[in-house]
Design a protein. Structure first.
Lengths: 299, 374
């Protein structure tokens, strides 16, 4: 963990002015009160590009306090460029403590993953969302999709999933796999792999979703029921991996495929870097590191 | 190799240093100053002020310099700065009829009160590269004809309005505060004030293509450029403590009033309809395209049916903002390997099943063939 520092001068705490934060918090309250429902909010132009997580950044800016400990991940990793950049932004503008340890963080901002380590009560997971509308690819018009949500008319979505099965033998959604929240709203979980979907269900942490360009906020309060859409004869299945992590030997984690040569060589490693490092510290060893802990003495 | 796919703080810092270096270019060539951009690349500055939604020539010029001349990037810098500024309220509506006109033309009348004033336009230049500009040279100061600027210049649409030939302009003092889509999320259908705001902030190229599409049959409005005027107008602000409006300064505006084909019904007499464009600086192409698109977006209001992209509010308003558009298009270069991994797994599984199914089919047809041979 890196201790808090003095924030940069000339800007409000965590960049956004207090009126803007209040506006975002109001949207967050409404979102928490109606789980899975998309609440419009007046997203601001931020100093990062749209598509880089401006929604998540605004949500984080609105909920962050001086005592918070922030973790930022992209693709599950703390050291991807965009995660580094967002973490540095909040260090600079809010001076908060930052960490790469999931367990130490009070706020985790994420793009495309949910950490492997189960979240605890009191933690908040902030998702960056590109397209908040799960029905958008079936119906491009917001005027239509709003009515569909209001009437809980999700037939179109089920038809689409059924057509996938008829055409491909599978539901051809491997990420941003739609979920139903508390039996009411169909919600886009952001482009997390469907592997992560079950982690949203009855999670003790607060889950907040921010879409900056599309100006929408939605939320899953702690212990919310979240079901991935499926059919009785085609139940939802998590993506499975054939090999364990080459570094830590994990068999229950989401893995990145790394191309190691130009002759078809592949290896699989944990996408969640903190999870992988923690396991290695605990003495777990994957095939690449050999069986004995001592072999990993080199940095 | 595992590490190579990850970024890191060192890489970012090095990239920023290189970016600054490339921005500066050959050190043997003098560095361009922001005030040179402000004075000599004025049309670029105007575009950045519009798409950046902030009237500040110095800031826009600096942003152009910092963005290495990438005008969308410059507009983005201005927008991010704008986010940090407090807002005090709305000015009194500006009066473009009282504009200190530098350019004013009408395509609908040969001559009209106040006359036609060409002003600083490329319109009748021959587009020949002027190699003399390669050398530093004194450009003579242009003289201004004081009489033309002083003449009263009623707006062409007001002349038509006097005869009742054009739909009446909606009253500006209807008591409803105009919307601001930078302070409230846009909802469609959106009222005309919000639509015009989005068009004024919108990408010039996008509006140009949409306006052009209406001229090519995708929602024709039979437009005439009733009037284009460019010049300075005074901005006034009502201070509650004072009880009257005080001038805050002047801004240069371009305004286009398109006159389009008819509206009317059994009850209402036939009349021309309006399309309106207004933006900061000298941005004639922008306001003309804006006026075409504004009119196209009124299709339903005027009794037509939405059939073409330029008439479709959701389509136009959702895609006009180039800072949003460039962000989302360019975000595809951010890592997506987690999602791609999930797709890889599925396509492999589907290929396995496909191969198995084919093998089964072939085995079956092989049996049939053998049976037939026997």
């Amino acid at each position: 963990m890196t201790a808090p520092i003095k924030p940069a001068e000339g800007y409000a705490f965590a960049y956004l002015d207090e009126q803007t934060k209040r506006m975002i918090r109001r949207a967050l309250f409404k979102a928490v009160a109606i789980p899975g429902h998309q609440v419009p909010f007046a997203a601001r132009d931020m100093p990062m590009p749209y598509g880089w997580g401006t929604g998540g950044i605004q949500v984080t800016a609105a909920i962050l306090g001086p005592a918070d400990v922030l973790k930022v991940i992209d693709q599950g990793a703390d050291d991807t460029t965009n995660a580094v950049s967002i973490r540095a932004f909040f260090q600079k503008t809010a001076g908060v403590a930052v960490t790469t340890r999931t367990g130490e963080a009070t706020v985790v901002q994420t793009r495309h993953r949910i950490p492997e380590e189960p979240l605890k009560a009191g933690q908040t997971l902030v998702y960056q969302v590109p397209i908040p509308e799960p029905l958008r690819f079936l119906e491009p018009r917001e005027t239509e999709t709003r009515v569909m949500h209001a009437l809980a008319d999700y037939g179109l979505m089920h038809v689409k999933l059924y057509e996938d099965i008829a055409t491909h033998g599978h539901i051809a959604k491997t990420y941003a796999y739609p979920v139903k929240v508390e039996g009411r709203y169909v919600m886009d979980p952001s482009p997390i792999p469907k592997f992560d979907n079950p982690k949203m269900h009855m999670n003790p942490a607060l889950q907040l979703f921010g879409a900056g360009r599309e100006k929408r906020i939605y939320a899953l309060p702690p212990f919310t029921q979240v079901e991935s859409l499926d059919f009785e004869d085609h139940p939802f299945e998590r993506t499975k991996f054939e090999a364990p992590c080459a570094l830590c030997g994990a068999t229950d984690a989401y893995l990145d495929e790394v191309v190691i040569d130009d002759e078809g060589g592949r290896m699989f490693v944990c996408s969640d870097t903190d999870h992988c490092e923690t396991r290695r510290e605990q003495g777990h060893r994957g095939a690449l590191l050999g069986e004995t802990p001592n072999q990993e003495a080199r940095p | 190799m595992y590490v190579s796919v990850k970024g890191g703080e060192k890489a970012i810092r090095a990239a920023h240093r290189l970016l600054a270096d490339r921005r500066r270019g050959d050190r043997a060539v003098p560095e361009v100053a922001a005030d040179q951009i402000r004075e000599q690349l004025t049309l670029a500055v105007d575009r950045v002020m519009n798409e950046g939604s902030l009237y500040d020539r110095d800031l826009a010029a600096l942003a152009i310099k910092q963005a290495r001349g990438d005008l969308i990037e410059a507009a983005f810098l201005v927008r991010a700065y704008r986010t940090t500024l407090p807002r005090f309220g709305y000015s009194v509506p500006v009066d473009t009829a009282a504009m200190a006109v530098e350019r004013r033309i009408s395509a609908t009348y040969k001559d009209l009160p106040g006359g036609q004033i060409l002003g600083p336009t490329f319109d009748y230049t021959h587009r020949l590269i002027d190699f003399a500009l390669m050398a530093d040279g004194d450009t003579p100061l242009a003289e201004r004809d004081a009489t033309s600027a002083a003449a009263a210049m009623p707006r062409v649409t007001d002349l038509l309005d006097g005869e009742g030939l054009i739909e009446a302009e909606p009253a500006s003092d209807d008591g409803v505060e105009p919307g601001d889509l930078t302070r409230a999320p846009l909802r469609v259908p959106a009222s005309r004030d919000l639509r015009l705001q989005q068009l004024a902030r919108g990408d010039e190229g996008f509006l140009l293509a949409l306006g052009y599409s209406t001229q090519r049959g995708y929602g024709s409005t039979h437009p005439f450029a009733g009037e284009i005027r460019i010049g300075e107008v005074e901005v006034e602000f009502e201070v509650p403590e004072l009880g009257f409006a005080v001038p805050l300064g002047a801004v240069t505006l371009s305004e286009c009033q398109m006159i389009n084909q008819f509206a009317g019904s059994a009850e209402i007499e036939p009349s021309f309809t309006r399309g309106y464009g207004l933006a900061f600086g000298q941005v004639e192409r922008k306001v003309m395209a804006m006026a075409l698109v504004d009119r196209a977006l009124r299709t339903e209001e005027l009794g037509g049916e939405t059939e073409h992209p330029a008439q479709d509010q959701e389509f136009v308003l959702s895609h006009a903002d180039n800072v949003q558009a460039t962000g989302f298009v360019e975000h595809l270069k951010l890592p997506h390997y987690v999602d791609f991994q999930a797709e890889l797994a599925l396509v492999r599984e589907m290929r396995r099943e496909h191969a198995a199914a084919r093998a089964a089919r072939e085995a079956e047809s092989g049996d049939t063939y053998q049976e037939a041979a026997q």
